[in-house]
Design a protein around this ligand. Sequence first.
Ligand code: NAP
Ligand code: COA
Length: 269
Amino acid sequence: MSTTFNYQGKTVFVVGGTSGINLGIAKGFAEAGARLAVFSRDQEKVDGAVAKLQELGAEAVGFSADVRDYKQIKQALQQAHEQLGDIDVLLSGAAGNFPAAGKEMSSAAFKVVVDIDLNGTFHVLRAAYELLRKPGAAVINISAPQAFLPMQMQAHVCAAKAGVDMVTRTLAMEWGLDGVRINSLVPGPIAGTEGMKRLAPTPEIREAVTQSVPLKRQGSCEDMANAALFVASEQASYINGVVLPVDGGWSLGGASVMGEGLAQLMKTQ
Ligand code: NAP
Ligand code: COA
């Protein structure tokens, strides 16, 4: 990826940054000169992500922590802060997802997604608050179209991500007073990711999803990285509390295709 943004000397923390979209974003920041810290549960994935970021020439560290456990994620963020200093960019993107019909989903299944996506996001932001560079830090929460578009088989994710966006908006008002900006990025269907494997599990659903995007393509991790590099940059210094779709226009009308596809598929199983 070629970048017009310069993050030389900046510290970027990416929570849930060991695979998929968030790792793609971390790589974008690494290529733009930032030093990186990544966090997720699985130590092997953490080590793999750190190695990939170092291959790009970045100073990079990683810690395993579960965002559901406030003490664990706080300790991991503090350890990274001791090594890399105040956080210029914090990205919170850990999430869990699986399709499940509301009338069959257990309460534990609903709760696990809310715990990771919504409570986890608050844990990350709350624990990082003292470690953010003030003024000047930028926080990015990774949301989903389900936050504002109801989608079949996704009651848990819709509820959790809607909450994430309200955390974005509320804390943008509060932390803006300290010179900290907070925005949500909303990925559309991003090709080759775990999310797409789970929500578009057949070639038929994948093709229907692609065709339902006005730009007639799925997005890439580079598309997400480009958006994150912009939103976190000086050039976006007056953008605060925004929920920004990066989806080729999918959320304007096409997104219901995914829920309908999943509902049909699960009826036949
Ligand atoms: P992914 O590769 O599965 O990424 C999820 C990341 O979160 C991994 O690094 C995972 O690593 C970590 N994680 C999961 N549970 C965690 C926990 N309890 N504590 C700490 N870390 C945890 O998925 P993805 O598809 O790229 O999705 C990334 C983000 O984009 C998510 O926020 C998702 O909701 C959003 N999104 C994706 C799409 C899409 O098309 N894929 C569309 C809209 C929104 P460990 O397993 O090591 O913990
Ligand atoms: N359908 C219905 N319920 C499911 C399910 C599925 N596919 N997968 C898990 N559940 C339920 C479990 O049955 C359990 O409920 P129960 O106690 O009533 O049986 C509950 O959810 C918790 O499951 P568990 O496996 O203990 O959770 P976990 O903490 O080990 O893992 C997940 C969390 C389920 C979200 C797991 O898929 C995960 O780690 N995902 C991260 C990666 C990801 O989802 N990436 C895509 C991001 S868009």
